[in-house]
Every structure is written in structure tokens, then in C-alpha cells.
Write a protein that binds this ligand. Structure first.
Ligand SMILES: NC(=O)c1ccc[n+]([C@@H]2O[C@H](COP(=O)([O-])OP(=O)(O)OC[C@H]3O[C@@H](n4cnc5c(N)ncnc54)[C@H](O)[C@@H]3O)[C@@H](O)[C@H]2O)c1
Length: 345
């Protein structure tokens, strides 16, 4: 293989720059173009990475540059627009999570991918975090027996994050980004990946920590997964602690406690004697790397899928399913009643 896939990055804030690093680390990828509505940011970024041109007009970039893949790292509210325009222009797309803010937007993105045959990958990056990969491997191998309860949380304090760059789009009262869909999607996607698609959710929410925000800042949802597994997702963006995604997976033979910010995961297992009598509960710490924004691994996977024409594991329907669960949680908290999740896309 002597040609590289040519990547454009749309939105060059924190995640856009992380993706640029991922492209630069990959021998089969090349950074071809950068786009952002903030001219100052994008001009500086192009100069930093040796690009002759920069773009503040997306269509101009698509028409002038030779691009194979667009990575969409813009605010969530415009993921659909840039993704659909890229797919319809014959580009593969890696779109940051959440796929979109609404299920309707996701449907349009899935339709564009289906109709064009271009690859659409959603950046559900928790599936690339070493601790979660190890936990999933253990569950799939039967190490903790049959799952019966799974829980995950997205615990963040957005009030402590400096208002640099375009960060304010997260709190815009008009753009209205709900933290359950915007950030809680990580915890939802993780549980879907491990336990399957929940059919029904019931949620409570409150709004005590970030009173100036346009939406609730803490939500707890319980849900029903396949095979009679029950689960819980907690999403708080105003809690007084350091960022983490503590996740507990309970099985008939053991329990896994893991997150994306610790150097190990904990596995507790019952030890029985030859006659099946209980001896003790063993606690093992398994060391893992900390890499909670492993976008390099996403880029590597997408390149492999494009070059070998393989289906993308976190495709549009996967991303849309996670948004659908988030939307059902928000609806349930507003209605005060359980909501069935609609996976029709
Ligand atoms: N995978 C993860 O763990 C993870 C972590 C953080 C953010 N994200 C997602 O990545 C995306 C970007 O987040 P971020 O933290 O980099 O945000 P950011 O605020 O750091 O950067 C956003 C960039 O988009 C630009 N922008 C704003 N409006 C635009 C528009 N209409 N068109 C084009 N560009 C526009 C801004 O100028 C800014 O440069 C979001 O979808 C976010 O949810 C994912």
C-alpha cells in the first residue's frame, strides 16, 4: 500500500486536535485539510501542521481538496449537517459522539450512509479505553458468569472547565445540549456494548448544581436489558469530584469494577472447593493503561474498514441506538413515566 487516506478535520477544538494527533501517528493517514468557523483557530492550526490552506467554508473545502475521510469534531448540534454533506459528497465519515442530538437527525445520517455506501463511524471512544476493553473481554469469556446488573456513570464538573475556545456551545440556551445525550452517551453506549439494547427506561432528574444551565444537570435512569439484566446510568455534570466513568458489572460468579481514569480494574470472584462449597472471595487488580480518548485506535479501525471494505463496528445504527436510549431517558425524566426505546432507523 503506497497511498495514504487523506483526512479532513472539521472543528479543530479539543477533540479536533486529538484527532489530528491520531492521524499524524498513523502511517496510512495524512492530514489534508482543516475547517472551523473560527478563522483565528483554523488559520493557526493549518500553519502549525504545515497545511498551505485552511477553510472556514465547508463546501469549499469539500470541492477543492482531495479528501477520503472527514472527521466531524464540531459541536454536537451540527454533527448531522456536516456528516450528511460529507457522505453525499462521497467521503467516509468519522463523527464524534454523540452521533447527533436527536433520533431524527440520526435517521437522516443513517439514510445518507445507506444511500451513498460510504462508511459512517461514530466515535464511541469508551469502546477503545483499555480498562473497558478488558472488562468486556472478561464478561464475554464468562469470567464473572451470567450478568444480572450493570451500572455506569458519567461524572463530571462542567463548572470547573475553563470557558476557552468554543466550549460555550455546551451551555447555549438555544442550542440546548442535554448532558445525558452529550456526555451520558458514553455510559449508555458502554452498557449497550456489554449488555445489549435496553428495551425500556425510567429516569429521574434534578437541576441543583448548575442553576444557570438550560437543562437538568443530574439524571439517574434504570433500564431493562435483554436476558433479564437490569441496569442503571447516572449522569451528573455538576458533581464535586474529578472526572470518571465508574462502571460496575455484576455476574453470577463475580463482579468487575472499572473506570476510564484508573491504572487497574478490580475483579472479584467467588472461589469454591472441588465440592462446590464457598471458600473465599478473591479480589484481583488487573493493570491497564489509562487512555480515555483513544482516538488513534478509532482512526486505525476506520482505515482498516475502508481499505478492506469491512463493516464499521460503531456504525450509524450503533450511534443512533445510543442516542435513542438517551432520548428515552430525557423523555422519561420529563414525563415521570417509563419509556420504551425506539430503535427504528
Ligand atoms: N470522545 C470524547 O470523549 C469526547 C470528548 C469531548 C468532546 N467530544 C465531542 O467532540 C465534539 C467537539 O468537542 P470539543 O470538546 O472538541 O469542543 P471544543 O469546544 O473544544 O471545539 C469545538 C470547535 O468547533 C468549532 N465550531 C463551533 N461551531 C461550529 C460550527 N457551526 N461549524 C464548525 N465548527 C464550529 C469551534 O470554533 C471549536 O473550534 C463534540 O461533539 C463533543 O461532544 C467527544
Amino acid at each position: 500500500m503506497d497511498t495514504k487516506l487523506r483526512f479532513a478535520v472539521a472543528g479543530i477544538g479539543g477533540m479536533g486536535r486529538a484527532h489530528i494527533e491520531g492521524i499524524r501517528k498513523n502511517a496510512l493517514a495524512e492530514l489534508a485539510a482543516v475547517f472551523d468557523i473560527n478563522e483565528e483557530f483554523v488559520k493557526k492550526c493549518a500553519a502549525e501542521f504545515g497545511l498551505e490552506r485552511y477553510y472556514t467554508d465547508f463546501d469549499e473545502m469539500l470541492s477543492k481538496e482531495d479528501i477520503d475521510v472527514v472527521i466531524v469534531c464540531t459541536p454536537d448540534q451540527v454533527h448531522r449537517d456536516y456528516t450528511v454533506r460529507s457522505l453525499r459528497a462521497g467521503k467516509h465519515v468519522l463523527c464524534e459522539k454523540p452521533m447527533a442530538q436527536t433520533v431524527e437527525d440520526c435517521r437522516e445520517m443513517v439514510k445518507a450512509a445507506d444511500e451513498t455506501g460510504m462508511k459512517l463511524m461514530i466515535g464511541q471512544v469508551c469502546r477503545k479505553a483499555p480498562g473497558f476493553l478488558k472488562a468486556k473481554e472478561l464478561v464475554d469469556s464468562g469470567a464473572i458468569g451470567e450478568l444480572f446488573f450493570v451500572e455506569s456513570e458519567y461524572a463530571h464538573d462542567y463548572s470547573r472547565i475553563p470557558g476557552k475556545g468554543g466550549w460555550q456551545w455546551r451551555t447555549d440556551p438555544v442550542l440546548l445540549r442535554h448532558p445525558v445525550i452529550g456526555g451520558g452517551c458514553h455510559a449508555i453506549d458502554l452498557l449497550r456494548w456489554i449488555a445489549g439494547n435496553p428495551c425500556e427506561v425510567f429516569a429521574y432528574a434534578n437541576h441543583k448544581m448548575l442553576p444557570s444551565w438550560p437543562v437538568d444537570d443530574c439524571t439517574v435512569a434504570v433500564m431493562k436489558f435483554p436476558k433479564d439484566v437490569i441496569g442503571k446510568v447516572m449522569c451528573s455534570v455538576g458533581c464535586k469530584r474529578t472526572y470518571t466513568m465508574r462502571t460496575c458489572l455484576y455476574g453470577s460468579k463475580g463482579t468487575i469494577i472499572c473506570d476510564n481514569t484508573s491504572p487497574d480494574i478490580t475483579v472479584m470472584r467467588e472461589i469454591l472447593d472441588d465440592g462446590g462449597n464457598y471458600l473465599t472471595t478473591d479480589t484481583e487488580k488487573i493493570p491497564v493503561d489509562i487512555n480515555n480518548h483513544n482516538v488513534a485506535s478509532e482512526i486505525e479501525e476506520l482505515i482498516d474498514c475502508v481499505l478492506h471494505d469491512r463493516p464499521v463496528p460503531t456504525d450509524g445504527r450503533e450511534g443512533a441506538s445510543t442516542v435513542a436510549v438517551g432520548a428515552a431517558i430525557v423523555e422519561s425524566a420529563a414525563k415521570g413515566d417509563k419509556v420504551a426505546v425506539d430503535y427504528d432507523f
